[in-house]
Structures are given as C-alpha cells and as structure tokens.
Design a protein around this ligand. Structure first.
Ligand code: TXA
Ligand code: MG
Length: 343
C-alpha cells in the first residue's frame, strides 16, 4: 500500500508523479487520482492553466473549481479567515472527502478558478498519490472531476481516458478510487454551515463534529436555485433515459417486461442482492445494499457500463438516504432527470 511519505521520500521511483508535477508547473493540465474520483488538475494561480481545464472538460465558465492543497498551513494564503467551526471540520475530516467554502483572499488565486465569486472552495484530498503530487508542485491545484462536463465522474484512469484523451497533458494512474462519489461541499461562511452537495462525508458525521448543519433547500426541492453553481447543471445522465423505481422488485420486473414486449432493449441498474432476479436485456450491478459505501464506489462505473450497452431505456433501484446514501440518491436523481416511478 502506498503511503504519502514513502512516495515523497522516493520520488525517483515514481516517475509519473515527477512528470505530472513538471507539467503542472508548466501550466499544463494533468488528471490524478483522489480518494473520491479522479480530478483534472491545473495551477490554480494561473489563468492559462485554469482556462485549459474549462476547455478540456467543456465546462461552463460560471461553475467554480475546487482548490486542492496538501498542508493545513497553505490555507491562510487563500482565505480571508478560518471560522471556528471550519477549524473543527478541518481537524475532524482533512485530509478527506470534505470541501469547505470560505471567503476568498483577493488576488491569491486565478479569478477564473473561482468563477469571479467572492468565495473559494478548498479541500485536502486523502490519497497518497494526490498528496505527493500536490507536495511536489508546492502549488494550490484547481481540480474538478476529470470527466467531460455532464458525464459521470471518473473512478478509474480508463474513465478519464475515455472522456479526455488528446485534450490534456497526461493521466497519473493510481488504480480505482475508493469513495466513488465526490466530496461533500459545505459552506462555512455563515454561522450555521450549509451542505451544498452531499458526498463522502455524511451529514451525520458533520453534525457529530459541529452540531447543527443546514441543507441547501435546493437539495430537496428541484424548483429552487442551488447555492453551488455546479448543482444546477444536468449531470451523470446515461444516453438512454433512466427511470428510478420506488417499489418492490416484482413491480420493476413488470415495467421491464412491458417495455421488452414493445420491442425495446431494456437495461436494469441493480445490486448484488437482486442481480439474478431480473429478466432484462442488460443487468448491471453497482454494489451491495448491505453496505451503501459499495454502491457509492460502483455507481459511476455502472452508469458508464450502461452507456456502452446501447439499451433504449433503463430502470434503476433506489436507496435509503441515510449516510452516504444521501450522496448516492442525489446523483441517481440527477442521472434520472427526476423521473421516479412509484408503485
Ligand atoms: O471529490 C471531489 O470534490 C472532486 C475531486 C477531484 O476532488 N472534485 C469535484 O469537483 O467534484 P467539481 O468541479 O466536479 O465539483 C465542484 C463543485 C461544483 O458543484 C461547484 O459548483 C462547487 O463545487 N463549488 C466550487 N466553488 C464553489 C463556491 N465558491 N461556492 C459554491 N460552490 C462551489
Ligand atoms: Mg464534477
């Protein structure tokens, strides 16, 4: 198992990291693994590098990037202040899948990276390759998920290659990522912090660390404008329409059979527990219901597999919104464009 110190002390044995660091310093873009998903990195202090990130992904310019750092001591250079609750969250969850929004220090980072906002999103990833790379560059690295805008986030180097080859300077392959869904984004600029995007750190964990936390109302009501610009965009949608099914598996099988009788090729997005139950053209498993962390970890690969199967329509199971289930259901509902069939 890699450890960050081992890598940093023996960098000559990790030429991919040295090369990636050189490219980042030259304001090129490089994809690298984090514990959540692969990120597409660029020097957050360079308009040139940040422009290349937006161009490679086809990302709208009004959607700000997360700035990645390797050490707590880097933070003060980029933010106006670190509120007490934010300090507690840092102690509890960094390095880890928690992105915090602060008031930004003017002039410290490319304004393109923060999409001209007065706030900035910062996180310290918990992955030895990411941390070694960040340490080697010594730079704040802007890194959105390394997918084409709108596609599921990449959880393997191969996913990155599928979307971005020929458009970026390189990919550091660190194997599959662990958490599988992106970091939780929490706005720490107000007295009671607000979750803007559910992710790898759960609401339950946050409340244990700092007490009351709010949820951006837009997370429960699709009519409201989200406070996180990226949350308003269509995301993760497979090529075929996905319908989530809130009901027994027999009900879902009935829907599948009806569409097959109409001559459609039907895909099913299911779990280990139910994968042998369905009779469909394609059955894809994303993980085990017994541990929702496995579902988070396998979800994006499952959505990508469904894209490769050329089905006409997809039915998918739903999950509890407890723990990391909140992030899983947030992504699934977006992938389904809010189409849910209730028995
Ligand atoms: O796990 C992750 O967070 C991954 C890895 C690579 O670190 N990164 C990631 O970045 O998911 P991205 O760009 O795909 O998502 C960043 C989200 C977007 O929804 C964006 O709108 C939001 O963070 N964001 C960034 N800066 C913000 C700000 N100042 N205020 C509110 N939301 C912000
Ligand atoms: Mg993304």
């Amino acid at each position: 198992r890699w450890s960050v110190d081992k890598i940093v002390d023996n960098l000559q044995s990790y030429p991919q990291i040295i090369q990636a660091s050189d490219q980042l310093i030259k304001n090129e873009t490089v994809a690298f693994p984090t514990e959540t998903v692969y990120g597409l990195g660029g020097n957050a202090q360079s308009d040139e590098a940040v422009s290349k990130i937006f161009a490679a992904k086809g990302r709208p310019a009004d959607n700000p990037l997360i700035i990645h750092i390797a050490e707590r001591s880097q933070l003060e250079a980029f933010v106006e202040s670190v509120p007490e609750k934010a300090e507690k969250l840092i102690s509890a969850f960094w390095p880890g899948p928690l992105t915090m929004i602060f008031n930004k220090k003017v002039g410290a980072l490319s304004d393109l990276a923060t999409a001209g906002l007065s706030t900035v999103a910062i996180r310290m990833p918990d992955h030895p390759v990411a941390l070694a790379l960040l340490k080697k560059t010594g730079l704040p690295i802007a890194a959105p998920s390394a997918n084409s805008s709108g596609k599921p986030s990449p959880t393997t180097a191969n996913h990155v290659w599928e979307d971005l080859h020929g458009r970026i300077a390189g990919i550091v392959d660190g194997g599959p990522t662990g958490v599988g869904v992106e970091s939780t984004v929490i706005d720490c600029t107000e007295d009671i912090p607000t979750i803007l995007r559910p992710g790898g750190i759960t609401k339950e964990q946050l409340m244990e660390a700092i007490g009351e936390v709010r949820l951006d109302p837009a997370l429960q009501d699709s009519e409201q404008a989200p406070k996180s610009p990226g949350m308003k965009y269509k995301h993760y949608a497979p090529d075929a329409p996905l319908y989530l099914v809130d009901g027994e598996r027999a009900f879902m099988q009935k829907l599948v059979s009806e569409k097959r009788k109409e001559g459609l090729s039907v895909g099913v997005l299911t779990t280990e527990e139910n994968k042998n139950y369905y009779d469909a053209n394609v059955v894809i498993t994303c993980g085990s219901r017994a541990d929702l962390r496995t579902v988070a970890s396998g979800l994006y690969d499952a959505l990508r597999q469904l894209n490769h199967e050329n089905v006409d329509i997809i039915y998918g199971e739903i999950f509890s919104t407890e723990g990391v289930g909140a992030a899983v259901m947030n992504r699934l509902i977006k992938a389904a464009g809010h189409r849910i069939i209730t028995n």
